[in-house]
Structures are given as C-alpha cells and as structure tokens.
Design a protein around this ligand. Structure first.
Ligand code: ADP
Ligand code: MG
Length: 624
C-alpha cells in the first residue's frame, strides 16, 4: 500500500506545540464529511476509509491498489463539530495569537466538501431559525474560547475584527458601512501585504463578534449549483486582531503586542462541467480556480529546498498575496482539508489529498512582533508582573515609613510614633526592674554565703572548745565518770544552705583531720553535762543551751562571773550567756543571733537561734 504524507511526530502533540523552532510545518487535518442525502440517493459508494486517527485509505472503484495518506489528524463523518475543534488544536493557535503571533486557519477542498460547514456550521434553515450550538463551527467555538480567555487574562486586551472576501479577484469589505467596493491590496516592509482602507471593528463581547460574523456571512456571495445549494463564490477571510499590552510598557510610547487569528474559508475548486456553471457562475468558478491554482503553485515552490533563492509568485493572485505570511512567512498555519467520501468525487478528492500532503511539508518561520517583552515566555511575563507588583508594594510601604510621602495625616503618624515610643519605654522599665531584682538576689545570696562561712567557723571553734572542755575532766583513779556533757546543737531555723566552696568542707562537717561533728560524738546518757567554754569562745556557743550542775559551774566559771553570766535559768539548767564585756556588747551579740537572754523553756530544751534572713524571705538560690 502506497502511503503519502508526513508520518512524523505525534499529531496531537505537534498541533498543540505551536512554534517549535525556526521552521514550523503547516499543520494539516483532514475531515471527511458524511455522505450527503443526494449522494446516497444517487447510490454512490464511499471510496474512503479512515484507518486509525491519522491515516486515510483510498480504494479506487476500479479495483487498483489502495493509497494511504497520513495527516496530523483524520476525522471521519461520525466526528462532531466539537471533535473537529479539539483535534485541530485551535485553542493553541489562539494562545499563540495572544502572544503576538500571526495565526491562520484555512479550509481547503472541492466545492461542497464541507469547508464552510467546518468553519461556521450549516447555514440557518430559515429566517430567525437559529443554528443549534452543537453545530457551531470552529470559528464560533474559537470566538467563545477567546472571549472567555481574554476575560481571565487580567491584562488589557483590545479586540478588533475585519471580514473581507475575494470575489472575482477583487477584495471587498464585508463589514463596510456602505455597499462593498473593491479595495486595493498593498505591500510595505513592515506590514507585508495588506488591504488598504479595510474596516476594523472593535468589539468587546462574544455577541458583538457573532454579529460581525453573521453580517459578513450574509453579505458574502454564494450561489446554488449541482454540487452545493449554498456554494460560496468567494474566498472569505475573517481576522481577529488582538492588541495585548502583556505587561505595563517600560517605555510609555511602546506599541502593544499585536497578534492575529485569521480564518480563511476558501471557495471550492470545481469542475465547471460537473457543477454545470454557466455565465456569471462560470466566470466565478474560473476566478476561483485560478486563484487556487496560484495557491497550489506557491505551495509547490515553497516545498523547493532552494526556495530561498527562488521567487515565490505570491503576487499572482489576491488570495496568495493575503496568505503569503501564513504560507511562507512568519505565521503559524493550520489547514483543514475537506473531502467528500463519494467515489464519484474521487478525482477531486485525490487532488485535494495530494495538495494537502504537499502543504504539510511547507514550513513557516513563526515570529511574534519584535517587542522585547512579547518574546519572553509566558512564565517570564508572569514573573515580571509579580516583581513589578512587589516593587510597587515595597515602594508604597517605604512611602508609609516616611511621613512626608506616606500620605498619612500628621495625627496618625504621631499616634503611631507615640505607640512605639510607649512600648519602648515599657520595655526599658521592665528591664530596669528585672536588673534590680537580679542584684537583690545576688546580694542575698552573698549574705547567705557569708553567714554560712561564719557558721562553719563557729562549728569548728565549738569542736575545739568541746575538746578542751572534755580535757578538763580528768577521771580519778578507779572511777570512770560518764561523759560530762551533752550538747545538742540547735536545729536550724531554715533549710540547709547551699554548699560553699571552702576548705571547711560541707556545712556542718569538718574537713579531713578536723574533729567529728557534734552529731557524731558520743552522747551522755545523763543528758546533762553543760560545758561553757572559755569566755572568748562563748559567743559562738550561744545557740546551745548548756545544762550544768551548779557546783561544777562555780568551780569552772568563777573566774568570769559576768552579770547574769551564771544566773540560774531554772529548770535545773543554766543559760550560758554571752561574754561579760558589758551589757551593750551582750545585747548586740544576742540580737545578732536572735537569742533571747531569758532562760530557756522549762523543758530545758535548747534555745533556738532566730537567725535573721534577708527580707526577701525564702532561701536565696545561687545567682545564675
Ligand atoms: P463547501 O463550503 O466546501 O462548498 P459546505 O460547507 O457548504 O461545502 O457543505 C456542503 C453541504 O454539505 C452543506 O449542505 C453542508 O451542510 C453539508 N455538510 C458539509 N459537511 C457536513 C458534515 N460534516 N456533516 C453534515 N453535513 C455537512
Ligand atoms: Mg463554502
């Protein structure tokens, strides 16, 4: 089986991709319409079979070998208008047009093959009878998509439309305010070929664009002939111009980026003999065929690898002039080739298929207008927009910092400043308060540590005192008196102090070599054996209640009978008073230790010192 066409690449992808490099092939989609009622009535057979989504098989009625053609997509008679719209990837073309590219969709094929139907749907069945939306063609569907897309762009877009026909090699404005009159086609370096004085109508809604389409369709020349009751007698070009300011222009004078989307409904080639055209119809048919021949010739030459050196005769017809950019220039082009399935139309169909096969090997060099911004991918455009927005926001924030440029009233600025200043002051006061508290804690801790040292020192002295007191009792021969003293250290009136790094070791415990702590001494079973140390050592002994028999007391302490020093405390006990170097000294010592000079309780228990702690109350922790 012979196969023609371009088998390369995935059709859907290639159609969706748009420009893929400097040379972009024209995309071709083939649509086979269903057999018409007239064809079926005549008992005509189908000569075409779709094989897969991209291949069309042609079976000659004479029984020759099948011929296969491959296109970007092949759609059979069962495909709906929506299927065609999707398969053609027109949305992608629309996106490219929004980015400034010049995009063209044109239908091509024999008369009555379904070109107009594919682009604009069937004609209304009567006055005021609307065409069902499901039958709307590529153009209406694209317009609906485009208007919706533009609404969600978030950037200003201006939309304009022009609609013209080439009838008998004359360009006529289908949107002209008066009766259509021939318009000249001119050329200049920047615009290429263009129609002078063509009316561009700005529109802002889908409805307005549809009205323009209806207006043009109604003014377009059509006639009835054997193959088509509403045969288009002209090539019609409807162009939507998209003026898009993609980002706010850096230079205020910068022109907006302009893309366009052009729909070309070609008049069908026809064999005058087959259509039975006479008179004016024949003139029209000849004109149509001539322009289509010129188009085919240009396409053939464009396929020439040496085409850069060759001259492409675009000037040979108005049609080729106006399609020059779409075919060999900077445009992005899609061709929808339409064919009838009838075996009776096979010669025309094969001609169309060969034409379309050649066309899909034609490449263009798509180029958006040379706006530095428009050339950037959409992602970068978005980034630029975001950055500009961020800059604007930052600038406005900066402006707010500066009262001169912030636009805030003086009162509000003062209020804001006062608030900040007030908070700052509060923080400073809080800091100051915390600093004081910390220093108080520090001094309490120092004081406690000093007292701890003194206590340790006293314990040490006490031990020495006890040792020497014990040495005064020399047991007589044969007698072994019990230990004469019992010393009960006053229990602390506060929790234990933290350890102090000192050579005395832990609180209350002598360091190595020192006498054992009082608790460790052997206690006297009689519970009465007061020991009053030497006067110099009395003060440290105040915390202890010394209980001692009067006799022993007088024996030992008569050398130092300070006032009250040996007063009977009652209860069988003697209060061991501070040194007797004068009352003030005594009082001072008592106060210092919080020890009352009065006798102890009847029970004879120890008089507990009431040590003065810092005013803060609890035992200070070591400062951090
Ligand atoms: P062309 O524009 O190629 O000359 P038309 O689009 O006018 O042909 O179609 C010719 C006739 O065939 C019209 O009556 C049209 O409604 C009908 N027709 C074309 N394509 C289809 C289709 N896919 N499905 C149904 N009817 C179609
Ligand atoms: Mg038509």
């Amino acid at each position: 089986m012979e196969e023609r066409g371009s088998p390369d690449g995935d059709p859907a992808r290639s159609l969706e991709q748009g420009p893929e490099g400097p040379d972009t092939p024209i995309q071709v989609v083939l649509r086979v319409r269903p057999m018409s009622a007239a064809e079926l009535r005549r008992g005509e057979q189908s000569a075409l079979h779709c094989s897969g989504t991209r291949t069309l098989q042609v079976s000659p009625p004479g029984g020759g070998p099948d011929v296969a053609f491959r296109f970007g997509a092949v759609l059979d008679g069962a495909c709906t208008q929506e299927d065609v719209f999707r398969a053609c990837g027109v949305r992608r073309l629309g996106e490219l047009a929004l980015r400034g590219f010049s995009c063209t969709v044109f239908t091509f094929g024999q008369t009555g093959s379904g070109k107009t139907y594919t682009l604009t749907g069937p004609p209304p069945q009567g006055e005021g009878v609307p065409v069902p939306p499901s039958l709307a063609g590529i153009m209406q569907r694209t317009f609906a998509w485009l208007l919706d897309r533009v609404q969600h762009l978030g950037a200003p877009v201006t939309l304009q439309a022009s609609y013209l026909e080439i009838y008998n090699e004359q360009v006529r404005d289908l949107l002209s305010l008066g009766a259509p009159r021939p318009l000249p086609v001119r050329w200049d370096k920047t615009r290429g070929f263009y129609v002078e004085q063509l009316r561009l109508v700005e529109f802002g809604s889908l409805g307005a664009l549809m009205e323009l389409l209806e207006m043009g369709l109604s003014r377009r020349r059509s006639s009835a002939h054997t193959l088509n009751q509403a045969s288009s007698r002209s090539h019609a070009l409807l162009t939507v111009y998209i003026g898009r300011q993609t980002v706010p222009p850096v230079d205020p004078g910068e022109a907006p980026v302009g893309g366009k989307l052009c729909f070309v409904d070609l008049a069908g080639s026809e064999k005058v003999a087959a259509t039975g055209s006479r008179g004016e119809l024949m003139l029209e048919a000849n004109s149509i065929n001539r322009s289509l021949l010129a188009l085919g010739h240009c396409i053939s030459l464009l396929l020439d690898p040496q085409r850069k050196q060759s001259h492409i005769p675009f000037r040979d017809s108005k049609l080729t002039k106006l399609l020059a950019d779409s075919l060999g220039g900077r445009g992005v082009t899609l061709m929808v080739a339409c064919v009838s399935p009838s075996a009776q139309c096979l010669p025309e169909t094969l001609s169309t298929l060969r034409y379309a096969s050649r066309a899909q090997r034609v490449t263009t060099r798509p180029q958006a207008p040379k706006s530095p911004v428009a050339k950037q991918p959409q992602r970068l455009e978005m980034e630029i927009l975001q950055l500009r927005e961020e800059n604007r926001r930052l600038r406005s924030q900066l402006g707010q910092r500066d009262p001169k440029t912030s636009g805030l009233s003086g009162g509000r600025v003062a209020w804001a400043q006062q608030n900040l200043y007030g908070m700052l002051q509060e923080f400073m006061l809080e800091n100051e308060r915390l600093r004081k508290e910390k220093s108080q804690l520090q001094s309490s801790w120092d004081l406690a540590r000093d007292e701890q040292r003194v206590l340790a020192q006293q314990v040490h002295e006490l031990e020495r005192c006890l040792l020497s007191a014990c040495s005064l009792y020399q047991p007589g021969p044969g007698t072994a008196p019990p230990c004469p003293c019992v010393m009960v250290p006053a229990p602390p009136c506060h929790p234990p102090l933290p350890p102090v790094p000192s050579t005395t070791g832990p609180v209350g415990l002598p360091t190595e070599g020192a006498p054992p702590a009082p608790d460790a001494w052997p206690s006297c079973p009689r519970q009465r054996a007061p020991v009053c140390p030497a006067p110099a050592l009395r003060a440290p002994l105040q915390p202890w209640l010394c209980q001692m028999p009067k006799r022993e007391e007088s024996q030992r302490l008569d050398s130092d009978p300070g006032p009250g020093g040996l007063a009977d405390g009652g209860g069988g006990g003697t209060l061991c008073t501070p040194p007797t170097h004068g009352a003030p000294k005594h009082v001072a010592g008592a106060e210092r230790w919080g020890c009352s000079p009065k006798p102890g309780p009847e029970t004879g228990g120890p008089q507990r010192p009431n040590r003065q702690l810092p005013a803060t109350g609890p035992e200070p922790a070591a400062p951090q």
